[in-house]
Design a protein around this ligand. Structure first.
Ligand code: PBG
Length: 326
């Protein structure tokens, strides 16, 4: 008890550094990139200042900048020229993501881990993550699974190192694992968006990826923000189906979920610091209300402390620079 115990003794100078429990490193980061085959020069996303959509020919340069900063991985989102009801542009060998993967692979080889977001919402006219029955406005689960399997195989064929299904269809991890294995891609890991919440924090992303839905919302497949036990169940099922890495999304409002999952399963765990989390900090910083660099560092450090082994963040390049300056 005080006065024998004084917590402040360890809080100054080098001693403060020595007792630090969590260290954020550039190795923790995954840099999200938007590849758009409808543009021929880079285009800033209006609700995400500092984030750009890139044509497929330009992605390798940006990935190289990330690699030069020491960032080990990117995750790719595609914006196709053609959308249709089932999202056929998701799985063609010459489609936008497949082209981007090959561009980055051919220029960076093993210096960059390429993760591909695996979902149909950017490729469908209705913007939902699965096949739709228009009469009932139902997002059909089972007919979506083979399409995801096919897409995973096409990404792997192009050279993707990890596939990351984000559509929250039941059974998708098992279906993707089988499709990959049947095509001899048994060494391609699956990073599952296992606990993905139906969140308003994805707003700016939907501008960027042009993936807003034409009716309803995503609440029939994405999780209720009120639930925590359900996240455990989702993760448990994904592990049984063969997931290698488990993701929680969004990150900051769901650190309790992240902590629970890391503690309970002791598996490689990722957290997605989503577009809305990015936009809030940017907007406040632009108004002079927050110190951007300090807030970025503190936010991402907190995500790591809560249990993330990897953080997907639009601040990846900024943080790499902040860490260098520190
Ligand atoms: C696609 C997908 C979304 C995000 C990642 N993959 C959007 C959604 O589910 O509506 C959101 C990422 C972000 O907000 O940064 N299923």
């Amino acid at each position: 008890m005080f006065p024998q115990v004084r917590m402040r003794r360890l809080r100054s100078g080098k001693i403060r550094d020595m007792v630090r429990e969590t260290a954020l490193t550039v190795n923790d980061l995954i840099y999200p990139m938007f590849v758009d085959e409808t543009i021929d020069s880079m285009q800033e996303v209006s609700s995400m200042p500092g984030v750009y959509k890139l044509p497929p020919e330009k992605v390798a340069d940006d990935a190289k900048d990330a690699a030069d900063l020491g960032i080990p991985a990117v995750i790719l989102f595609g914006i196709p020229a053609k959308k249709d009801e089932t999202g056929t542009s998701a799985w063609g060998d010459e489609d936008v993501v497949q082209r981007a993967v090959r561009e980055i692979k051919s220029q960076l080889g093993k210096d960059m881990v390429i993760i591909t977001d695996l979902c149909l919402c950017e490729y469908t006219t209705h913007g939902h993550c699965g096949v739709v029955d228009y009469d009932s406005e139902e997002i059909l689960n089972d007919p979506t699974l083979p399409l995801l399997g096919k897409t995973a195989v096409s990404h792997s064929k192009a050279g993707a190192d990890i596939v990351a299904p984000s559509g929250m269809m039941d059974g998708m991890i098992g279906a993707i694992r089988s499709a990959l294995d049947e095509n001899k891609f048994y060494n391609v890991p699956i990073m599952s968006y296992a606990a993905k919440y139906s969140s308003a924090f994805y707003g700016p992303f939907r501008d960027a990826a042009e993936s807003s839905y034409s009716f309803g919302d995503r609440s029939s497949y994405q999780m209720d923000p009120a639930n925590s036990d359900e996240a455990i169940r989702e993760v448990e099922l994904d592990i049984q189906e063969g997931a290698d890495i488990l993701m929680v999304k969004p990150a900051l409002p769901y650190l309790d979920i992240l902590y629970r999952i890391k503690t309970e399963f002791e598996m490689p765990t990722a957290a997605y610091n989503v577009s809305g989390e990015y936009a809030m900090i940017k907007a406040a910083a632009q108004n002079g209300w927050l110190d951007e660099k300090k807030v970025v560092y503190e936010s991402l450090l907190s995500i790591k402390r809560a249990g993330a082994d990897m953080i997907l963040t639009y601040f990846a390049k900024d943080l790499a620079q902040i860490l260098e300056e520190m």
